[in-house]
Design a protein. Structure first.
Length: 331
């Protein structure tokens, strides 16, 4: 393999990493390259628990061990169990230096009463950088910043599809040299490498998850109780999809809780509670998407569990709209 890490261009003859042996060769080569780049320096990495940053963390741990400090910011918009998994895998199993920042109140306070989707996204992004900068300033002698940039991020930034946060966007006031060991890899290759590095399947094969997290699925102004309804219904959905082998067949699936209530009935009494919307879609590139054809008995099982187990929910809707006209996410 012959990587050109200076020009951000994947060489045409670079073999696609599809097997454990190819992944091992990549890992060996990257570990050597990371050691050469970093020397005895210190590296900082924002670790979300998503596949890209997790693979970069695992590579850096292998290459430079405790010269790496990972910062995991819990903004309160992560899925059920995710912050715990980051701590378990990286602090307990891989023995990484992991700074866990509980910023839940900080984010939710800033978001209180904000209904506009773009403003919500902006607040979440800006606050994330602020929290990360604060943590970086507490640490001494850091000269490198690890990033989970992957090749599609570079390609999409180049053609103007999206200004990806990983490309060219260093937090202001921080003068770090970038360390981007997977920047020439496609997503499927990152997963093969992650598997070879020993990361758990639930991390390696994780479905796409928006940066603003559950915040864009708690439609309108976020409240803590409605956010919990999103998180709990999402956890039930993921559990049932996995139990029925659908996690390998459906590209993305999640729940949304809109900010209106309707009438229902529970234990013979009238309720006035939220609906949960199920969204399950298939796509190749997320540019267009089709609803997944779920078995109706399976959908009814989801309805039964969600209405029985999630507080303040009395109704379940199934969104079968393709993209377009709808987007995949509701905001
Ligand atoms: P839409 O809703 O635009 O989503 O059809 C397309 C894909 O992108 C994901 N998505 C995001 N990913 N930051 C991200 O990193 C975001 O703000 C964001 N919004 C949507 C979405 O989950 C879907 O896979």
């Amino acid at each position: 393999m012959n990587y050109d890490y200076l020009t951000n261009v994947r060489p045409e003859n670079m073999e696609r990493i599809t097997t454990p042996a190819l992944a091992d060769a990549f890992i060996e080569e990257q570990v050597a390259a990371l050691r050469a780049q970093i020397g005895s320096g210190k590296v900082l990495l924002a670790l979300s628990g998503g596949v890209d940053s997790s693979v970069v963390a695992a590579l850096l741990i292998k290459a430079v061990g405790d010269q790496l400090t990972c910062v995991h910011v819990n903004h309160g918009l992560l899925r059920k169990g995710e912050p715990e998994q980051v701590i378990e895998v990286f602090r307990n199993q891989m023995k990484a230096n992991l700074v866990y920042v509980d910023a839940v109140d900080r984010f939710l306070d800033k978001l209180a009463g904000v209904a506009d989707p773009e403003e919500k996204r902006h607040i979440i992004g800006a606050e994330f950088i602020r929290v990360f900068e604060e943590e970086a300033k507490k640490l001494e002698g850091i000269s490198f910043l690890g990033q989970g940039t992957i090749y599609p991020d570079i390609l999409e930034s180049k053609v103007g599809v999206k200004a990806h946060h990983n490309v060219g966007g260093l937090p202001e006031g921080l003068n770090f040299e970038l360390v981007e060991p997977v920047k020439l890899l496609y997503k499927d290759e990152v997963r093969v490498v992650g598997k070879a590095l020993g990361l758990p399947d639930s991390m390696v094969y994780r479905q796409p998850f928006p940066g603003p997290g559950l915040g864009v699925r708690c439609v309108g102004a976020i409240t803590r109780d409605r956010l919990e309804a999103v998180r709990e219904s999402d956890a039930i959905l993921r559990e049932e999809f996995a139990k029925h082998g659908l996690d390998e067949k459906v590209w993305q699936y999640f729940t949304v809780v809109p900010d209106f209530k309707t009438t229902g009935i529970k234990d013979g009494k009238r309720t006035y509670d939220w609906p949960v919307v199920i969204r399950a879609i298939n796509t190749v590139d997320a540019v267009t998407a089709q609803p997944a054809e779920l078995n109706f008995a399976f959908v009814q099982k989801l309805v039964a569990r969600i209405t029985a187990e999630v507080p303040h929910v009395n109704r379940v809707l199934w969104d079968v709209t393709p993209k377009p006209s709808a987007t995949i996410e509701w905001e």
